[in-house]
Design a protein around this ligand. Structure first.
Ligand code: NOJ
Length: 737
């Protein structure tokens, strides 16, 4: 079919899309219906298929010739293809060479940037800066939309308390409240307030759901937990993202309560569509329909496809099972044509909202691509977010380093550009990037910087130790960049130990023994066991994988050009044996009040406390908190009280502090956590400056799933905490009447 016929058909079936959009898509549904009327079953099924191009590999390849699949109307959606030129070519095939010319939706894993890469999502969450996080998603949207894409497989909102699981790097940490606020910010950043804007893209909330709680931290493993725990601690960020307007949701690989998420009617119908009113479409994760055979939930591929579609899965990502079996399933009556129509309607509605029916090439302007990708403003934004993501875990005064001090830089990671990007670097390049070493040289003067690799990221080669020790002795201070290879976190990167790999820590101990102050910079994608390093290092800066501008951002913090303000969003254990460890644990019937008591809920070989708690992070200045003042110590069920503290910068540098509000419900019809985050505010204070921070406390902040599983409050006594981390707080009390 040529372009003329395509235009004519759309003119009949889908006229006046812009008007429909302006009238809040009022007319779009009717027009999609008219398109559905002229579509064959095969064409409908084609819209339910998403295939990868061969431009990037994020899983097994199943089809040899996706271009031919597009041409034949067998594939209505593509991922892993980008650049305006390539997307335009694939779009041309869909629009000009298929009978109905329905445009393709182009997806990609734009997780923390498209070309300009921002810090990994876990790192970014440590900024507690919702504006900065939204900005990061906005830049990612603009760069990817300018490169032909209109759909990202993000945000990943999986809550996790499992540092063994490599994908904690992709989420926002352990807390459902913070995770929800970040989920909203990311959806807003990607989608803006108009999906059809050629610089916004469709968000895809993933992985629905429970994926962050795989048993033993092994990726793709079984998930099982009570409905109460699931709803309170795991579900909120998905709901927040849906409420923020995300129009697509990706199912997760795992099963939940014995039913794989990809055929889980309870999740997809009861919760997502009926309770939450989700109107977008559901896509699978990579071949997760096929995997239901291995799960032992489907007898064969056909059965799996049948179960998935009947549970409410609209689109098959790379599994090719809808393509192979859906026609037969409909013809045999196992799947109704109504089910297919509903799925296709949801998908076409989103294509309409993206503006693709108005102009299928709206994301394919090479001039915009040139203007936006790697623009100076984007690089600056990446540097800003990267600096805010860094968390200072320890400092005996070694940091900041004075400009001009002689610095020995040690570690393979110090000289690596690729590692700075972390996993899911999308289309980010690293050949033009600066490493941490380059940036330190640039800032401090090459003559003041010595470098030795010392050792590799992993392996047991100690042959470089001598050289590293030699330069350390010549320097005023040492900066050691150690951690994990970028590929050690992300998908399929679970670990059984969470220490620093290889002999990096051994070298650190030898360098520290020289007596030189050693600042450790960590590159990693999960909480690590730093029990040894926290003793040997003089300072520790958690830099995560900070992105394209990571070298500059780390240098800014090392030399005090930026005062670190990040706070951990996942607890760092003392040892892997404490995992799972998180701040919102329950008190138990045998809490530990005195260290030497037996028969208490504790270990005999380690304290219960983490090494670095949730919400913790140091600054180069100090903040003092006043006591909490409450507007009243009683709250009506429909009332509100105000809790305030005054925070003062009592140090010598301007700095930012994340003031955190936690609440504990002392007695309930079910037991409640010892603390739950319920608010936070990030404030910038000059030396000597004070600010009164006021939190409004309302009954919805006290609600939970009661014993009968209804959601609401119960009268009684509460503790309210405000402080600089989950473990460093002031306390007050009030009663809910
Ligand atoms: C599998 C991953 O689990 C998912 O997060 C990603 O979006 C898809 N592959 C597509 O690459």
């Amino acid at each position: 079919m040529n372009k003329l016929i395509f235009c004519a058909m759309l003119a009949v079936a889908l006229p006046l899309y812009s008007e429909a959009r302006n009238a809040e898509y009022a007319g779009l549904a009717a027009k999609v219906d008219s398109l559905l009327e002229v579509m064959t079953l095969e064409e409908k099924i084609g819209q339910m298929v998403l295939l990868t191009s061969d431009w990037d590999v994020t899983g097994p390849t199943m089809r040899d010739n996706y271009v031919e699949d597009i041409r034949a109307g067998r594939c209505g959606n593509i991922f892993n293809a980008h650049t305006t030129a390539y997307v335009r070519e694939l779009q041309r095939v869909a629009v000009e060479e298929t009978r109905l010319g329905i445009p393709i939706m182009f997806g990609y894993d734009v997780i923390h940037g498209h070309r300009t890469i921002f810090p990994i999502s876990l790192g970014e969450s440590c900024s507690w800066d919702l504006e900065a996080i939204e900005k990061s998603a906005r830049v990612a949207a603009e760069e990817s939309a300018a490169s032909g894409l209109n759909w990202t497989f993000a945000p990943c909102v999986d809550i996790s308390v499992e540092p063994r699981w490599g994908r904690v790097s992709e989420g926002a940490g352990e807390d459902p409240y913070l995770g929800s606020r970040i989920a909203e910010a990311r959806v807003r950043g990607f989608q803006g307030d108009d999906l059809s804007d050629s610089l916004t893209i469709l968000a895809c909330v993933k992985h629905f759901t429970g994926y962050g709680a795989p048993m033993a931290g092994r990726d793709y493993n079984t998930v099982d937990m009570s409905e109460r725990w699931f709803r309170e601690f795991y579900l909120p960020p998905y709901k927040a993202a849906v409420d923020a307007g995300a129009m697509s949701v990706m199912t997760s690989f795992n099963e939940l309560d014995g039913v794989p998420a990809t055929a889980n009617r309870h999740l997809l119908q009861d919760i997502l569509r009926n309770e939450w009113g989700f109107k977008g479409f559901v896509v699978t994760d990579y071949t997760s329909i096929n995997e239901m055979v291995h799960h032992g939930y489907a007898v064969d591929d056909k059965d799996a496809a049948c179960k998935a579609v009947n549970a409410g899965v609209d689109m098959d990502l790379q599994g090719v099972l809808y393509l192979e079996y859906m026609k037969e399933l409909v013809e045999s009556g196992k799947v109704s044509e109504k089910t297919i129509d509903e799925a296709v309607r949801r998908i076409l509605m989103v294509k309409g909202k993206l503006g693709l029916f108005d102009d299928p090439y709206r994301y394919c302007d090479p001039e915009t691509e040139k203007r936006i990708v790697y623009s100076e403003a984007n690089l600056e934004a990446a540097r800003d977010v990267a600096r805010k993501s860094l968390v200072l875990l320890k400092n005996d005064g070694t940091l900041p380093i004075m400009k001009g001090e002689k610095v020995a830089v040690i570690g393979e990671l110090a000289d690596s550009e690729r590692d700075l990007l972390g996993s899911w670097k999308a289309a980010g390049d690293w050949d033009f990037m600066s490493s941490i070493l380059d940036e330190i040289r640039k800032y401090n003067g090459a003559e003041n910087v010595l470098y030795a690799e010392g050792c590799k990221k992993y392996g047991d080669d100690r042959s470089g130790f001598a050289e590293a020790l030699k330069i350390a002795k010549k320097a005023d201070k040492v900066v050691m960049v150690i951690g994990e290879d970028w590929n050690w976190s992300g998908e399929a990167a679970s670990r059984t130990s969470i220490g620093i790999p290889g002999v990096q820590s051994e070298l650190l101990a030898e360098i520290a023994a020289t007596g030189k102050p050693v600042a450790v910079v960590l590159l990693n994608g999960r909480p690590l066991d730093l029990s040894e390093e926290s003793e040997t290092a003089s300072a520790i800066l958690e830099a995560w994988y900070p992105g394209t501008m990571g070298g500059a951002a780390v240098t800014d913090v090392l030399f005090g050009e930026y005062n670190p303000s990040g706070k951990l969003t996942m607890t760092f254990p003392r040892t892997i044996g404490q995992v799972p460890i998180f701040y919102y644990n329950k008190n138990t019937g045998r809490p530990v009040y005195l260290p030497d008591e037996k028969y208490k809920s504790k270990y005999i070989d380690c304290s219960n406390d983490p090494l670095y708690p949730f919400g913790f992070g140091l600054s180069y200045t100090d903040f003092e908190y006043s006591d909490i003042s409450l507007s009243s110590d009683k709250m009506d069920d429909d009332g509100c009280i105000e809790a305030s503290v005054t925070v003062t910068n009592i140090g010598k540098m301007p700095g930012e502090e994340v003031v955190q509000l936690y609440i504990r419900d002392l007695v309930g019809s079910v037991t409640r956590p010892v603390k739950m985050l319920r608010g936070f505010e990030k404030v910038a204070l000059r030396p000597g400056e004070s600010r009164k921070i006021v939190f409004k406390v309302t009954p919805d902040m006290l609600a939970f799933y009661r014993q009968d599983m209804t959601y609401g409050t119960e009268p009684g006594d509460f503790h309210l905490f405000i402080g600089s981390s989950s473990a460093d707080v002031k306390q007050a009390s009030f009663t809910l009447l």
